[in-house]
Unconditional design. Structure first.
Length: 268
DNA sequence: AATGGGACCTGCGCGC
DNA sequence: TGCGCGCAGGTCCCAT
C-alpha cells in the first residue's frame, strides 16, 4: 500500500474512530507480524486507551494512555480496518478488541508489515534514521539536499533516510510532472529542476491525500473503502499509454531494482 | 558512497 | 486447463 498519503489517510480516519476507546483484548494470530513475544506485546496494550494518532514517514503511531505507543508499519500489503467482529478476514493477523466490542484488525497478505509496542517511539532506530517530512521542507532546502548526491534521483526519492514518506507511485508521478528523467544523477538537476521537483512532490502528495490515497491492489482506508487517486495517475502502471504532453508511449524500466514508469521523451 | 542482489511472503496475470 | 515466470505500493542486510 502505503506511502505517505495512504498512511496519512488511515491516521486521520482512525483518529476519529479510535480516540478514547479502551483496549480489552489483543489477539495475535501470526506471531511473526509483532515484534517480540506475542504475549508481551498483547499485555503491553491491554487496558490502555487510545489518546492520539500520529504519523512519521510511512509509520503509523497509535499513542496510548500510560506512555505506550503502538507503532505500525504496513509495508506492502498491510491494512488497518476498524469495524465489527464480523468484518475480520482470514488475512487478519492481529485483532485488537475494544471494551465496546468493536475491533481494529491488522490484515496483511504478505506478512511484511510489523506491529510493535514501544515506550518512546521517537527513539526507535527506524524513526531516528528517517529523513525530514516533505511538508517540513522548502524548495530551496530540498534543492540544496541534492548537492553532491551522485546517485540517480529516483532511487534517492525512495530512500527514507533522504526524505520520509515517498514511495514508488508518488516518486514516478512527481518526476513525470517535473519532467525529470528518473535516472538523472541528483546533483545534475538544475536549481530550477530541483525546486520544481520538490513542488511537484508536495502537490502530488497533497492531491493524493485529498483523494484518500491510491488503491491499486491492497490498500484500503480505515473502514475498508478505497482511495481514488489511482484514476489521476499519469505514468504509474500506465505502460503503453500516451504521454499527455507529447503522445510518446509511457515505458516501464527497472531503475535501482524498482519498476519505474516515465515518458522517455518529456523527462530530461 | 553507491549499487546490486537477495531476503522477507503471498497471490495475481500473462504467455505458452 | 495448467504451469512457470514475472511482478507487486517497503525495507533491511550483505557484498562489491
Amino acid at each position: 500500500m502505503p506511502e505517505l498519503p495512504e498512511v496519512e489517510t488511515v491516521r486521520r480516519e482512525l483518529a476519529r474512530l479510535l480516540k478514547g476507546r479502551r483496549i480489552a483484548k489483543v489477539e495475535v494470530r501470526r506471531p511473526q507480524v509483532v515484534q517480540g513475544e506475542p504475549g508481551e506485546f498483547a499485555a503491553a496494550l491491554e487496558g490502555r486507551s487510545v489518546r492520539a494518532l500520529l504519523r512519521r514517514g510511512k509509520l503509523l503511531l497509535v499513542e496510548l494512555s500510560g506512555g505506550k505507543t503502538l507503532a505500525v508499519h504496513l509495508k506492502m500489503t498491510g491494512q488497518l480496518v476498524y469495524g465489527e467482529r464480523s468484518e475480520r478476514s482470514e488475512k487478519s493477523r492481529v485483532v485488537i478488541r475494544f471494551t465496546d466490542g468493536t475491533e481494529l484488525a491488522y490484515n496483511d497478505q504478505r506478512l511484511f508489515g510489523r506491529l510493535e509496542a514501544v515506550d518512546d517511539w521517537e527513539a526507535m532506530p527506524f524513526v531516528s534514521s528517517l529523513g525530514p517530512e516533505p511538508f517540513h521542507l522548502t524548495p530551496r532546502k530540498f534543492r540544496e539536499m541534492l548537492r553532491g548526491r551522485r546517485t540517480r534521483i529516483k532511487p534517492l526519492l525512495l530512500d527514507q533516510h533522504f526524505v520520509a514518506g515517498i514511495g514508488n507511485i508518488y516518486a514516478c508521478e512527481a518526476l513525470f510532472r517535473a519532467r525529470v528523467d528518473p535516472a538523472k544523477p541528483a546533483e545534475k538537476l538544475s536549481d530550477a529542476q530541483g525546486e520544481k521537483l520538490f513542488r511537484e512532490i508536495v502537490s502530488v502528495l497533497r492531491e493524493a491525500i485529498s483523494c484518500k490515497g491510491s488503491s491499486l491492489d491492497q490498500y484500503v482506508r480505515a473502514r475498508g473503502n478505497k482511495g481514488t487517486y489511482g484514476k489521476y495517475h499519469r505514468v504509474y502502471g500506465k505502460t503503453g499509454t500516451q504521454c499527455r504532453c507529447c503522445r510518446t508511449r509511457i515505458v516501464r524500466k527497472a531503475i535501482g531494482g524498482r519498476g519505474t514508469y516515465y515518458c522517455p521523451s518529456c523527462q530530461r
